[in-house]
Design a protein around this ligand. Structure first.
Ligand code: FMN
Length: 288
């Protein structure tokens, strides 16, 4: 009997029990493992994920050289008396507080010059290491606009009916949106904003574009403000899973990925918007 209680046998039984338990629960993961398991997120655009292959090292010498030789120049900016600053900031807030996403856009033409100025304004955005990782593709051709509409409606119908699930469709109900996007035909201009996930140096090597999505998103915000300032409307859209087809249609290079599409124009006379309320300052600002 004492044979059965030897420490070696007890250790053997414990190892055996551990092995049996592991094999009975092959799918069970430790806490750490389950934390790292990516949650299924159908609203995350596969095309927008920067693959490891896209992050090859830049031509370091060339980059350093251009940075080292950069001249630094004196800087000054306009300075306003305090009362003027308060007035200007209040007025700018009031202007931007009137901005709404408008999904009913008139086909009334708008001057090209305004679009040029708006894109120039967006191009003033800061960018990681001044890489300016953006392309603004402005579409005015009716046939190309219609092709864009066909691609987007095609994908969006699948998004609404199959890909996204009930929670997403429910969250959008209040906006009364669906996969029909008439504004893609009617808006006089469509602006498609691509992020350049890497640059190409003069020697043809890939150059890292640090924080390219943040940089392009900031440029988009400035562009929205510029549209509002000019009295135009848009709706920010992120056409899910349409990137590769739109990139091909518009003949964009492989390093450009579609981030945002903005139809631009005047609102239709019968345009409506959901009666949304914005959070008050106390809810969005933390003063430490
Ligand atoms: C990143 C982003 C993606 C959006 N995508 C869409 C979209 O695909 N379709 C749409 O109709 N509106 C889209 N919107 C617009 C939002 O629904 C809208 O901004 C929000 O409801 C608040 O309304 P407001 O813009 O009038 O303040 C998007 C907005 C953002 C910032």
């Amino acid at each position: 009997m004492s044979f059965f209680l030897t420490p070696i046998l007890i250790a053997f039984i414990l190892v055996l029990l551990g092995w049996i338990f592991k094999n009975e629960h092959p799918g069970k993961k430790t806490d750490d493992q389950s934390k790292t398991k990516p949650e299924y997120q159908p609203w995350v655009d596969e095309d927008l994920k920067d693959s490891a292959e896209d992050h090859q090292t830049e031509d370091v010498d060339e980059f350093r050289e251009s940075e080292e030789n950069l001249e630094h120049i004196p800087f000054s900016s306009p300075r306003f008396p305090e009362h003027e600053m308060i007035k200007r900031s209040q007025e700018f807030y009031e202007l931007l507080n009137q901005r709404r996403s408008v999904r009913f856009i008139s086909d009334e033409p708008i001057p090209r010059q305004v679009i040029d100025n708006i894109i120039k304004t967006a191009g003033t955005a800061p960018s990681g290491a001044h890489t300016e990782p953006w392309s603004f593709v402005v579409v005015q051709d009716a046939e190309v606009k219609h092709k864009i509409r066909v691609i987007i409606e095609d994908e969006e119908e699948v998004n609404y009916k199959k890909r996204m699930g009930d929670r997403w469709v429910n969250d959008l109900k209040k906006l009364r949106t669906n996969w029909i996007k008439e504004y893609l035909d009617t808006a006089p201009f469509l602006i498609l904003i691509f992020k350049k996930i890497y640059g190409i140096t003069s020697s043809g090597r890939k150059k890292t574009h640090y924080y390219n999505e943040i940089s392009v998103s900031i440029a988009c915000g400035i562009l929205l403000a510029a549209l509002q300032n000019a009295g135009l409307v848009t709706v920010t859209t992120t056409p899910l899973n349409c990137g590769p087809r739109l990139r091909t249609l518009l003949d964009r290079p492989a390093n450009e990925k579609l981030l945002v599409l903005l139809p631009v124009g005047y609102p239709r006379k019968d345009a409506t918007v959901p009666n949304l309320k914005r959070k008050p300052l106390e809810e969005i600002m933390v003063l430490v």
